[in-house]
Write a protein that binds this ligand. Structure first.
Ligand SMILES: Nc1ncnc2c1ncn2[C@@H]1O[C@H](COP(=O)(O)OP(=O)(O)O)[C@@H](O)[C@H]1O
Ligand SMILES: [Mg+2]
Length: 520
């Protein structure tokens, strides 16, 4: 019998467009990342409930549609479920709706009326059971054993153990007591604050490194659905911040002020930024994942700049600049050890081959006259230098099969400024998500050495810490200078590297754009 007369959920307003898109998303793994208080938990729970209501139905003896669904929520402990997850759930369905049981695993049985007939009698009913489980000290495997659910939500996913996902992916959508043909779009839903870059969810949801998750069976079961979709909300102090209308006034400013001494906390919890676990100030603070990372298209009509930082840990980026001299970094060449934490040494010949491979992979049939290769000008110092850097360039150039030119300068200030300016301008900078190492660099892996020395003495000059990210970020800077150089030339500010304007005009393709310098 229908014991719960509620027709629809309590009146809830829309937290914002990203939350809405997340709630509508049908991907197998659906992820929302946002600042504290942005309605992540609430939206994820509403989404879970919607999956329940979407399940197939049988007609009962009275000709009414009957749907059955079981949805789960999992996180570390029952106290954290009690304190952080249930209050949000009870705003959707108070404890007094249906039957709530606090015996572990907690469950909430509801009869949701989805439609009524012309006499006001229920004609479409969903029996929804919500189950709240804690991993506790029994471990992930034991916690998930025998669980049969249509969908599951992992709250604060970055705080849960990484193997949770592989256990759950085998559990959703499989039932011993339900007709498989009635199961619709099983899902795993993740909600979390911006994770540290070293966290498993960053790899999975941001870098989309899916590892063994994508089995052939899963791929087949997906049908027209995507495997994973990640929704990144704006920071709490950004223009598009979501759910502000449901929060106390000044919520994020207060959070930021209270936590001023913990910059990485403010970055993650308030501004929704990904940060490395060891936090020195990032060299490129203007970088924002949300604003700057997106799939980019290669423009065949414009030159491609391959810029490298040479040496034992050589790295390179492939970049283009738009007619407005905006920077578009399309690909990277960098070689890491398997651990993903240290760089591998590489010689100039092998590095040349690696770059050639990268060009082949991402820029098929690139015309040689559309490629410009630049390297640290230090490498072009007199050939009699002891460190033989000139030999490096020569060997690299030979194996790459292209001429290598010195970058405009290797002075640090103009190099950093080229990137800072681009990242500060509206649409001045964008990077393709495949440039994983570079992105981690911009997120703060490329950082200053710790600002204060032990006795708290004021720092003299900021020094960039020597990390695995300096090479790739240096490489990109050389490319950025190149783009700027071209823009200066286009605007008639300077000639490219002092070359005569007539010569430069022949060599450089400025495209068809407004600033191309071509006569209409
Ligand atoms: N759609 C909504 N309508 C009204 N209030 C909401 C809605 N979504 C969230 N809230 C309220 O906003 C606050 C933060 O929501 P919550 O889901 O806990 O955020 P998060 O998990 O992102 O920290 C809570 O007080 C919650 O009740
Ligand atoms: Mg929450």
């Amino acid at each position: 019998m229908i014991d719960d007369p509620n027709f629809e959920t309590r009146i809830l307003n829309s937290p914002g467009p990203i939350s809405e898109a997340f709630m509508d998303d049908r991907s197998f793994l659906s992820v929302i990342i946002g600042p504290v208080g942005s309605a992540k938990t609430m939206s994820a729970l509403r989404k879970l409930r919607q999956v329940g209501m979407r399940q197939g139905f049988r007609l009962d003896a009275k000709g009414r549609k009957r749907r059955k669904a079981r949805c789960g929520v999992i996180r570390e402990t029952y106290p954290s479920i009690e304190k952080n997850t249930l209050p949000s759930w009870f705003r959707i369905h108070p404890e007094s709706d249906g039957v709530f049981s606090r015996k572990a695993p907690y469950s909430h049985r509801l009869n949701l009326i989805l439609d009524e007939d012309e006499y006001g009698q229920p004609s479409d009913i969903c029996e929804l059971e919500m189950e709240f489980r804690a991993i506790g000290d029994q471990g992930v495997e034991a916690a998930c054993r025998g669980w049969e659910v249509n969908a599951v939500m992992i709250d604060e996913a970055d705080l849960q153990p990484p193997d949770l996902l592989s256990f759950l992916s085998g559990r959703v959508g499989r039932f011993s007591d339900l007709d498989p043909s009635l199961v619709v779009d099983p899902q795993i839903i993740l909600s979390l604050n911006a994770p540290y870059m070293d966290n498993w969810v960053y790899k999975l949801a941001v870098e989309k490194e899916l590892g063994e998750l994508l089995s052939p069976e899963l791929a087949e079961a997906l049908g027209d659905r995507k495997l994973i979709e990640t929704f990144i909300q704006p920071g709490g102090r950004s223009p598009g911040a979501e759910n502000l209308h449901n929060l106390p006034k000044g919520y994020y400013n207060i959070q930021a002020a209270l936590n001023k001494h913990r910059p990485s906390y403010v970055a993650r919890m308030v501004d929704n930024k990904f940060v490395p676990q060891q936090f020195g100030q990032p060299v490129n603070p203007g970088f924002s994942y949300e604003q700057h990372v997106r799939p980019l298209e290669w423009d065949r009509s414009r030159p491609l700049i391959l810029s490298c930082d040479q040496g034992l840990y050589a790295a390179a980026t492939a970049m283009q600049h738009t007619p407005m001299a905006q920077i578009r970094t399309l690909a990277e060449a960098v070689i890491m050890h398997e651990d993903g934490k240290t760089l591998m040494k590489i010689g100039p010949t092998a590095f040349g081959q690696m770059c050639r491979q990268m060009l082949n992979d991402h820029f098929p049939s690139l015309k040689p006259d559309m490629l410009r290769v630049v390297a640290d000008p230090a490498a072009f110092a007199a050939a009699d230098r002891a460190d033989n850097e000139h030999d490096w360039v020569r060997a690299f150039s030979k194996s790459l099969g292209a001429k290598v030119r010195p970058a405009k300068t290797n002075r640090q200030t103009p190099r950093l400024e080229a990137i800072h300016r681009a990242q500060a301008e509206i649409d001045g900078y964008a990077v393709d998500p495949r440039c994983r190492h570079l992105i981690r660099g911009h997120l703060g892996g490329y950082r200053y050495a710790n600002a204060t020395n032990g006795d708290g003495e004021a720092r003299g000059r900021l020094e960039i810490a020597n990390t695995i990210y300096t090479h790739i970020c240096d490489a990109e800077q050389y490319g950025a200078l190149e783009a700027e150089g071209m823009m200066d030339f286009v605007l008639g500010r300077t000639d490219r590297r002092g070359a005569s304007r007539a010569r430069a005009r022949e060599r450089v393709d400025h495209g068809q754009g407004y600033f191309s310098g071509r006569q209409p």
